[in-house]
Ligand binder design. Structure first.
Ligand code: HEC
Length: 151
């Protein structure tokens, strides 16, 4: 074997090892770049949503298994007398709108369920009149309506 053919063989060998690695690396980078771009686009979209006026409204979480139709029925029958349209005819500041709920720490399923169960101040307790499901439904209904400002 001449010197040149030996060199060529060595070069071919080196290339045979290097090229597949480069292809793998390039593919990896490409995937990484795609993921990165997707993440940035998503972040920008989310940021836009959070910043936009329509998304400023509260986003209280409701029970995933809540029956809001039943919640509305319970509300009409039991709560609307004092809380019509999310207000409070007895204590105006303790209404069911997002701002008041947050201010009075009544802005979660747990908090509202507890108020309905045990009563609070001059509001009576409903723990012996409503079932656990009804309380879950009506508390979820209150949060759901507060999310859209009772409109
Ligand atoms: C007889 C009138 C009356 C009825 C009926 C009534 N509430 Fe109330 N509710 C009140 C009053 C008064 C308060 C303020 C209690 C206090 O002094 O903290 C209140 C407070 C609340 C609060 C806390 C609001 C806040 O901003 O702090 C929630 C939540 C609530 N009621 C939900 C309900 C639900 C749900 C029902 C029906 C199951 C119901 N209420 C029925 C009178 C009533």
């Amino acid at each position: 074997m001449s010197k040149i053919t030996t060199m060529q063989t060595v070069l071919q060998l080196v290339r045979g090892i290097r090229d597949p690695w480069q292809k793998l690396l390039q593919r990896g980078y490409r995937q990484l770049t795609t993921k990165l771009i997707a993440t940035i686009v998503l972040a920008v979209i989310c940021g836009g949503l959070i910043g936009s006026p329509s998304a400023i409204a509260a986003e209280f979480a409701i029970a995933p298994d809540a029956d809001l139709v039943n919640g509305a029925a319970v509300f009409e029958a039991t709560c609307a007398g004092c809380h019509v349209n999310g207000g409070n005819i007895l204590r105006r500041g303790k209404n069911l709108k997002a701002r008041a709920l947050a201010r009075n720490q009544a802005d979660s399923l747990e908090a509202i369920s507890a108020i309905v169960m045990n009563g609070q101040g001059i509001m009576s307790a409903y723990g012996d009149r409503l079932s656990a499901d009804e309380i879950r439904d009506v508390a979820s209904y209150v949060l759901d309506r507060a999310n859209s400002d009772w409109k």
